[in-house]
Design a protein around this ligand. Structure first.
Ligand SMILES: NC(=O)c1ccc[n+]([C@@H]2O[C@H](COP(=O)([O-])OP(=O)(O)OC[C@H]3O[C@@H](n4cnc5c(N)ncnc54)[C@H](O)[C@@H]3O)[C@@H](O)[C@H]2O)c1
Ligand SMILES: [Fe+2]
Length: 246
């Protein structure tokens, strides 16, 4: 019975463990981790403070966007992810403001995203966020939300026309007439706007100590979500992505 609207852990094969001594977070995968029955009741999430609603909601959006663009994505999971992006984009501002419609939407949207990504995996937003959680105890959704637009821009060249659908699902109008550069920028901008509207910081300046960058990049490269990233990457490129946000 989830009490936050983000992880979709009630429907995924994943769970995450933090090794506090080695400062690493591990994604574990086990089909027996899916409960036979899950009760998803938005009333259980009604006591979440605004910051937790925003962070967990942006985690759900990250699942939907990374799941939609991950290497193994296909028609069935695209269906879940696109619908999840649409529901989350429509609901998260309201959920943070405390409306019933917003909370109902987020309870549903995070779950629909989980029905997708549990089948295909995620990407390096999650890999890079896991390290921030392990080293600085950064809330998972906050880390994802800060990283997401920068990693989306990095992945854009290998995503075909997928960002056109992301932009449209986020409520951007006129995507059909846009060039690839335009709809890719529109998708990244729509994510940034939502993140800003729900009070997420724009960069990692207050979180990351530059002295840790090599460890963070190596640790993110070793993360279980990294091979699913649509663009093949390297320790050096992951380090540059962190640096862009400092
Ligand atoms: N499918 C998966 O396995 C999956 C997916 C994404 C993230 N994760 C992992 O899940 C963890 C994050 O989980 P989370 O975002 O649900 O946060 P959380 O479980 O860490 O909860 C954050 C805080 O909010 C409090 N809280 C929870 N519900 C509340 C409520 N209704 N009212 C008031 N306070 C409440 C908790 O007690 C806790 O202190 C991370 O470790 C992340 O890596 C797992
Ligand atoms: Fe997540």
């Amino acid at each position: 019975m989830p009490t936050t609207a983000g992880t979709a852990a009630e429907v995924t094969i994943n769970y995450v463990i933090t090794d506090v001594e080695r400062k690493r977070k591990f994604v574990c995968v086990d089909v027996h981790d899916i409960p036979e029955v899950a009760v998803i009741d938005p009333d259980m999430m009604a006591t979440m403070p605004k910051g937790l609603t925003a962070a967990t909601g942006m985690d759900a959006l990250t699942h939907a966007i990374e799941g939609f663009t991950t290497k193994a994505a296909w028609e069935m999971t695209d269906m879940f992810h696109l619908k999840a992006i649409e529901i989350i984009a429509k609901s998260l501002r309201g959920a943070v403001a405390g409306t019933d419609a917003g909370r109902d939407g987020m309870a549903l949207g995070q779950h629909v995203a989980g029905m997708g990504f549990s089948n295909v995996g995620l990407g390096i937003v999650h890999s890079m966020a896991h390290c921030l959680g392990a080293v600085y105890d950064t809330p998972h959704g906050v880390a994802n939300a800060i990283l997401l637009p920068t990693v989306m821009a990095y992945n854009a060249p290998v995503t075909g026309d997928k960002y056109k659908y992301i932009a449209a699902a986020m409520g951007v109008e006129g995507t059909e007439a846009m060039t690839p550069d335009e709809y890719r920028k529109a998708a990244c901008d729509a994510v940034k706007r939502l993140s800003q509207d729900v009070g997420i910081p724009a960069d990692l300046k207050a979180i990351v100590d530059p002295a840790d960058l090599d460890f963070l990049a190596e640790s993110a490269y070793a993360d279980a979500c990294r091979p699913g990233n649509p663009r093949d990457t390297s320790v050096a490129e992951i380090k540059e992505l962190y640096q862009k946000l400092l």
